[in-house]
Design a protein. Structure first.
Length: 321
């Protein structure tokens, strides 16, 4: 390292700390120290060259970035966001929700309408939604509700998002998530109270949803959205999970089952018209439904974890990740 006076070393340290640690811009550092921006640019290079700053690439995150590019290429995604696998698997949904919320904050524009799904990951996104994303937002539920109040209930998720985003308008689907029968579903959908919100749900600018796996301990079964008997018959029909309220097979095609005629929300054909669709999901139990959603073309953006991303890529590339 070149010899510097104490004053010069102090100046270099101040510049390095202000720019790299405090996040100040070069112009802000120049104003703060009363020197030209050109001098700050030169001194920042001195800081790097002489060891005042050491840039370390986190190899785990670098691997995640590479997986993001591969997922985008393999599945034709507009954007993939891959987070490192947490040390404690119990933190996965929360971490995914935070990542989804951060991406959403960069995508929202003034006057946008946001459609929301449900589940633990979307609930986690709601709890961390930033208040300064955009102005004049409208928040719309894309799912009917559950009969009791819990944080993963679509009603609670929409309320939390609306409050944190300071939304101008909020709309709920005043109906159960699934009607008791195809006939009652059609009857409910014919009512004006439902039709008005339904029309808003299919015209949102951005949709954020989770993806529901089919497993005995899955949220949709534990909370009663589907019964255990329905779970078994859906599996027998070839379903691997649920996306936008529809139960689909491994290739992302809706299975033939009465439950698919009972969902109180937009159809898969209608959600395809939404300009930006974000799916957030991860973990071993979600791999099949994530792959199905991607193959079916139901997501433009995927937020997942590195382990799940690796499994998805290995299945599509013959193990070469």
């Amino acid at each position: 390292m070149t010899d510097h006076t104490n004053e010069e070393r102090e100046l270099l340290s101040r510049i390095a700390w202000a720019y790299h640690a405090n996040g100040m811009t070069q112009a802000e550092v120049a104003d703060w120290l009363g020197v030209s921006r050109a001098r700050i640019v030169r001194l920042l290079q001195v800081c790097r060259d002489q060891g005042y700053v050491q840039i370390i690439v986190n190899t785990d995150r670098a691997v995640c970035h590479e997986m993001e590019r591969q997922l985008e290429t393999v599945f034709g995604l507009r954007r993939a966001i891959v987070i490192p696998a947490p040390a404690n698997p119990k933190h996965l949904n929360y971490n995914l929700g935070q990542a989804a919320s951060h991406y959403l904050s960069t995508a929202l524009r003034d006057g946008n309408s946001l459609g929301l799904g449900w589940g633990t990951t979307v609930a986690a996104a709601a709890s961390s939604a930033p208040a300064d994303s955009a102005d004049g937002l409208t928040v719309v539920s894309m799912y009917g509700g559950l009969p009791y109040s819990i944080i993963v209930n679509p009603y609670e998720i929409v309320t939390t998002f609306s409050r944190r985003l300071k939304a101008s308008q909020t709309y709920y689907i005043a109906a159960p998530m699934f009607a008791p029968s195809p006939e009652s579903c059609r009857l409910l959908k014919s009512q004006e109270l439902f039709r008005s919100v339904y029309a808003r749900a299919i015209q949102v600018d951005i949709a954020l949803v989770g993806l529901g796996e089919l497993a005995v301990n899955a949220t949709n079964i534990v909370l009663g959205a589907i019964t255990r008997l329905e779970f078994k018959s859906l599996v027998d029909a070839g379903a691997v999970g649920e996306v936008f309220g529809a139960f689909v097979d491994a290739e992302g095609k809706p299975v033939t089952h009465p439950k698919n005629e009972c969902f109180m929300g937009p159809t898969l054909d209608e959600v395809r018209t939404i300009p930006l669709r974000i799916a957030a999901a991860g973990g071993p139990s979600k791999t099949a439904i994530i792959r199905a959603a991607l193959l079916g073309g139901f997501a433009d953006v995927l937020v997942t974890d590195e382990t799940t991303a690796g499994t998805l890529l290995a299945a599509e590339t013959g193990g070469e990740i």
